[in-house]
Design a protein around this ligand. Structure first.
Ligand code: HEM
Length: 526
């Protein structure tokens, strides 16, 4: 090697070391390794990513910056990542400077084959147009009634019989799988006007559901690789890209047979392809989110018997008022909307579940122009910012010292009669700002109906030896499902409690509308 080559190598190494020193100092957060950035830490914590991010955020006061790869060009181009859970920053990104923080090109490119330019995967005018059209539909009673109808039918005709059979046979069920099937059937009913009945005795496989799952999984793989690599694999037809292409073929086939959407179908100017993508976006939005929230809810309730008891006391009180004292009438039919609407404590318990186990644990946005967050953090144009919804619910500085406890009471007003309005950016499990979840009210209606029906009929306990762990995915699934034993529900002790509670306090505290008749009925039943 001659002297000039040695000098060049020495200069390159020195330049790199200076750059690395700069990067390590500028970025606060998890360790930045020479060349590999925070990649080794990321790999090491791959199985507990959400808790690892929460620990980092706790240590850094709510916001940190890191880089995936410390090589100068890559670090600048795509490696600089800001992670935050500070509600003020969230309000800034999701509302105040909404236009500066779209989903961005990386996200859109990865999801384009599956979701096209549907509402989940678009920005700017394309998104705004769909948002306005869908928002009109989501505020009508028709959609709410349709959801109530699809949910009630599936609960009565299929979900309850499957649980009753499991109870009779003494066999555990995978509740997460049943719930996924149930919410898939509901959302297909709502979107196509037809229930595919993937939740039926024998649990039949459904080609569309399987293809859809495979396509989502293959799409997620794209986020692990740099864009250029997965695009190259797609072009060559390699690895998961083959599976993605095949699955998308099946999905398209199904959609072209069933594309009678309940909304947007009236506007005949839309192309079939566009309408199919609209449908897929709604299925993705409304299926996994509600079912994983319910899985964590049933698990949390099984671990917190005092919460379960309060849910049941509220449920019995409402049913006593609406259906009388004959308890056989309580389980004949699922609850109707007016009954579901009165279950305030149940709604608080579901919100508390979503605070600790948000269905979408991390979300991210692209930075268009240089900006400074309210926390003082500088964001470079072209970088991305991740907001950790999972961490927001687990910070003492946001939710207090008891932030890790499951306490539905924190959502209630002092008299316990209504949900206390929370600062919206400390609870972003349904997102916030102009892109807030459109299905929030439908989701509560659906989740409350399902939770009420299950808890009224059954007591659930985690099957012996079953491990409840988080799966590292865009949605917070349980890695091994949720195996639960289904036991019968005995309502008598609850009714006794209502009776004694009322007698002891001498007040009508247990009637949701102060109706004295209820107290007499409780006495009669218990
Ligand atoms: C517990 C249940 C649910 C949770 C936790 C939830 C959460 C979310 C979150 C976090 C987003 C923002 C995603 C993003 O932009 O990256 C979102 C968007 C959305 N959700 Fe939900 N969702 C739920 C149920 C539903 C249901 C049942 C529907 C439809 C029937 C629905 C429809 C939508 C739509 C259309 C969007 C896109 C809004 C937009 O980009 O303008 N969601 N949801």
């Amino acid at each position: 090697m001659d002297a000039s080559a040695a000098l060049m190598i020495l200069s390159a190494v020195t330049a790199y070391l200076l750059w690395f020193r700069f990067i390590s100092r500028t970025l606060s957060g998890p360790r930045v390794w020479p060349l590999l950035g925070s990649l080794p830490d990321l790999v090491r914590n791959a199985n507990c990513m959400h808790d690892w991010i929460a620990d980092n955020l706790r240590a850094c006061g709510g916001t940190y910056q890191t880089c995936i790869c410390a090589i100068p060009f890559l670090a600048r181009k795509q490696g600089l990542v800001t992670v935050t859970c500070d509600p003020k920053n969230l309000e800034h990104i999701l509302k105040v400077r909404f236009d500066n923080y779209p989903k961005g090109p990386t996200w859109q490119a990865a999801f384009h084959d599956l979701l096209g330019e549907g509402i989940f995967n678009s920005d700017g005018d394309t998104w705004l147009f769909q948002r306005k059209t869908a928002a009109l539909e989501f505020t009508t009673r028709t959609l709410r009634q349709a959801m109530a109808r699809w949910v009630s039918r599936a609960i009565k005709l299929r979900f309850c019989p499957i649980l009753a059979m499991a109870q009779q046979e003494g066999k555990p069920v995978d509740l997460q799988d049943l719930l996924l099937r149930l919410t898939f059937d509901n959302i297909c009913g709502l979107t196509f006007g037809k229930d595919p009945q993937t939740l039926s005795v024998g649990l039949p496989e459904n080609g569309f559901a399987l293809a859809f799952d495979r396509a989502t999984e293959a799409t997620l793989q794209r986020f692990i690789l740099p864009e250029i690599i997965w695009k190259f694999k797609k072009w060559l037809g390699l690895g998961m890209e083959v599976s993605l292409r095949r699955s998308l073929g099946h999905v398209d086939e199904y959609l072209s047979e069933h594309h009678q959407h309940t909304f947007m179908k009236k506007k005949e100017s839309y192309s079939d392809e566009f309408l199919q993508h609209v449908a897929l976006n709604f299925i993705l939005a409304g299926r996994d989110t509600s079912s994983v929230a319910l899985s964590w809810f049933f698990w949390l309730v099984s671990q917190n018997p005092q919460v379960e008891e309060k849910i049941l006391m509220e449920l019995c009180t409402v049913l006593m008022e609406t259906r009388g004292s004959d308890t056989s009438k309580w389980v004949e039919d699922p609850l109707v909307f007016e009954e579901v609407d009165r279950l305030i404590y149940l709604k608080a318990a579901l919100s508390e579940t979503l605070r600790l186990y948000p269905s979408v644990p991390q979300d991210s946005k692209h930075v268009i122009n240089d900006d400074v967050l309210p926390s003082g953090t500088f964001l470079r144009a072209g970088s991305s910012i991740t907001y950790s919804i999972y961490s927001i619910g687990r910070m003492k500085f946001i939710w207090g010292d008891d932030c890790l406890e499951f306490k539905p009471e924190r959502w209630l007003s002092n008299d316990g009669k209504k949900i206390e309005v929370q600062d919206s950016y400390k609870f972003v499990s349904f997102n916030g700002g102009p892109r807030i979840c459109l299905g929030k009210d439908l989701a509560y209606l659906q989740m409350k109906s399902i939770a009420a029906a299950v808890l009224l009929h059954h007591r659930l306990e985690v099957a012996a030896g079953h491990r409840v762990e988080q799966k590292m995915s865009l949605t917070l699934f349980m890695k091994y499902g949720l195996k639960m034993n289904v036991l019968s529900r005995e309502l008598r002790p609850i009714l006794e409690k209502i009776k004694n509670g009322t007698a002891a306090s001498g007040k009508e505290v247990l009637t949701s509308n102060g109706n004295c008749e209820v107290i007499e009925m409780v006495a009669a039943v218990a």
